[in-house]
Structure formats: C-alpha cells, structure tokens
Design a protein around this ligand. Sequence first.
Ligand code: TXA
Ligand code: MG
Length: 323
Amino acid sequence: MSTGSPRVLPAESGIAEAAAVLRSGGLVAFPTETVYGLGANALDARAAARIFEAKARPSFDPLISHLADAADLPGLVGAVPPAVAALVERFWPGPLTLIVDRPAVIPPIVTSGLDTMAVRVPDEPSARALIAAAGVPVAAPSANRFGQLSPTRAEHVVAGLGGAVEVVLDGGPTRCGIESTIVDARGERPVVLRLGALPVEALVDAVGPVEVRQGNSGQPVAPGTLAAHYAPRTPLRLGAAAEGDGGRRGFLAFRERPAGGDWAAVEVLSPEGDLTAAAARLFDALHRLDATGVTEIVAEPVPEVGVGRAINDRLRRAAATWR
Ligand code: TXA
Ligand code: MG
C-alpha cells in the first residue's frame, strides 16, 4: 500500500483542480453513479500505466474509457454498429458499458492490447463535468486495489489506495453501488459480458434477446471478469442464517435480521426487499463487515432477478476468492 494521503475535495468545487491533475498525467478518483473510478487521461499511455500500478492490476485486464457525453462517441471511435447506437441512445448516460473498436488515439495499454475498447458515459453530473473539463476521455477502473471490494464512498478510496491517487473527489455514497453492465452489441445478438447495475431485463426490453456470458478467468473476450474478485479481506461464503451458530462470524442479510444465531455482526441490505436499494448498499455493507474483525462473512443470496443477478454475481465472485 502506498504511503501518504490524497487531497480529498468536494465533487462540485474540486472539478477544475482535479481536471488539471488529469491533464498533467495524474490520477483522480471520482464518483460515478455505480462506484468510484480511478481516472487517468485515456490518451496518455504513461498516465494509464499509473492506474495499473496504483491498483496492482494485472496488465491483461483492460480499462473502461469514460466520456462526458454520448455525442462525443463518434468523434472518438467513428460510426458504430446499429445495435450499439441503439443502446447508446437508450441508456447513456447510465450504467452501461459498450464494446467498440479501439481507435488509434487510444494507446493499447488502456485496452490491454485488445483491438476493442470498453466505453461509457456515467450518469453522475460531477463525473461528466470532470471529464468535460479535462477535455479528454478518462480511463477509469473501480478505485480499489485489484481483487478487493469496490468503493462506493470516498472513504473507501482513501482507505484502499491512500497516496497512490493524487486527488479524490468526494460526492458522497454512489447511487447504484454496483458496477456497470458490460455489453458487446457488435454481433448478431448482444452479449452481456458482466452483469451490473443495468438489469438484463431492461436490455431485453430495448434490443430483444441477449446472451449472458458469465466471464471467467482466462476467457479472452472479457479478461477482467475473473472468477475471484470483489473480495473482502475476511473469508466470505454463501449461506443461510438458519445454519448460524454466530460466534465471531458476520451475516449479510437481504431483508431480515436472522432470528436465531448470535452473529457477531449483521448487515441488512434492504428491509423493504428492494433489490436496487440492496445493490446500493452491497459494497458498503461488506466494507463494514470486513472492518468488524469477524472471522467469516456468511452472505445470503438475493432473488435472482433484475439487479439481484448482479448482486449474486458479486457475492459468488467474492466467495470464489476464498474457496
Ligand atoms: O461501473 C463501472 O463500470 C466502473 C466505473 C468506475 O465506471 N468501472 C469498472 O471498471 O467497473 P473495472 O476496471 O473495475 O472493470 C472493467 C471491466 C473489466 O472486467 C474488464 O475486463 C472489462 O471491463 N473490459 C474492459 N475493456 C474490455 C474489452 N475491450 N472487452 C471486454 N471487456 C473489457
Ligand atoms: Mg473493478
């Protein structure tokens, strides 16, 4: 972990300063509607290299480039296939990342040498203002160390990355709390490469049937959707409250506190049983359980519909780390 600490600035008033850091090749963490991103100028190979270094991210895991506005896409990548254009039109700004051909101005390090590039327009005014002020596309993975929990608050970024990032824009907790859905819509049928904040059902409504290809380690089409990922430091597994003898273990519940078992710590994602609210709290709850010093986290799967699929996906990947 890097020593020192970043400058933490309010998301609204810190934009000019943060944009100057981006333009000069530095790293800025900023809120999006999904999670906090660790941004660098996507046109600058050395700046992008600093992202991989700060996150201890393997060089084979490509970055998402962020634009201020959907209207900026043609200027960067030229014409896109009709299905991609339809998804842009329908869902940008928003938690949808699309795969397009990598233009020559984007250095290969950003895409880990792939001839495709992932791109999105975040639905967060301060993020779009930052990108617009920087005047360049901003490459940004989630602002956490590789393989660890994604940050949904500025505090998570500071705790995880420390002085490895120059400026953190603090916009409070993020609205969706879970990463964007990644879709490759260049072929005949759109393929979901990563489940995320935009539910599959919404995609199907917009463009008809899609294929969900749950990426795994070693699968070249989505090299970053590794089986083991998004993990707390505490071992995590999927389970039910009923089995609990409590002890020094923590429980992550969907809507109800477990009746039995003397769990050392309990987090409830949404007492109303609202999956969108649960997604927004997921990583924050895991960060908190992680900080309690419990010996194990038992996480209850949520209903496998809508954004619930993405929540379960993250829980399974976290559990895979500890298997
Ligand atoms: O919500 C989000 O998408 C957040 C915010 C900051 O925008 N970003 C994010 O980035 O989750 P990251 O780096 O944690 O995840 C990016 C994912 C990785 O799984 C990577 O493999 C995949 O995007 N990816 C990037 N470029 C790709 C490409 N050309 N083809 C397939 N997958 C790609
Ligand atoms: Mg990530």
